[in-house]
Design a protein around this ligand. Structure first.
Ligand SMILES: [Zn+2]
Length: 192
């Protein structure tokens, strides 16, 4: 597997020298063993997030999907709805976090794992911290907005009062391809 991991709580935090010239992230020993459960591989949940991304695609939305898993089941599933709702905050993660909080009747999403097809942006990374989500698994990195690893490491910053374990690169090809297909489709239709 080509997954890569971002630092988890309790470990020294280093800002990469440059997003384009970053040393390989290798903190494999830090990721919770429980999330390597052989019967529930990350792919299973990420495929559900990808199904959400596909729904976004069909609605003309940038195809990003997210699910929140709690005690081995999905308690929230959402996709980007920025266009549909005319809401700049309607990212997949934001909607999924709200759904999960409603499902658990708590703003603290303890023991939850967020799966999202694209590396969260600064807004969503901030919401992940606010929701105290302990585990974040994402698909493809976002060189223009990634805030868990690529441009910022908001979910791992020890100056904030919560840090998440972050695992990136799960089904990254599929997660990237659906975005590329969407933008190619948009260009073909003369949209930006
Ligand atoms: Zn976002």
């Amino acid at each position: 597997m080509n997954w890569f991991r971002v630092r988890t709580p309790g470990k020294p935090f280093r800002v990469p020298a440059s997003p384009l010239n970053r040393p390989p992230v290798n903190v494999s020993a830090e990721f919770p063993e429980s999330f390597e459960h052989p019967l529930l591989p990350h792919d299973v949940w990420m495929r559900q997030a990808l199904a959400e991304a596909q729904a976004a695609f069909e609605e003309g939305e940038v195809p990003v999907g997210a699910v929140v898993v709690f005690e081995g089941r999905v308690i929230a599933a959402a996709h980007n709805q920025r266009e549909t709702l005319n809401d700049p905050t309607a990212h997949a993660e934001m909607i999924a976090i709200t759904q999960a909080a409603e499902a658990l009747q708590s703003w603290r999403l303890l023991d939850c794992a967020l799966y999202v097809t694209l590396e969260p942006c600064p807004m969503c990374a901030g919401a992940i911290v606010q929701a105290r989500i302990p585990t974040v698994i994402y698909g493809t990195t976002d060189p223009k907005g990634g805030a868990c690893h690529t441009l910022y490491q908001i979910t791992s910053d020890p100056r904030l009062n919560h840090q998440s374990a972050v695992l990136g690169g799960v089904l990254k090809e599929e997660c990237r391809e659906i975005l590329q297909a969407f933008f190619a489709h948009q260009r073909a239709q003369g949209k930006k």
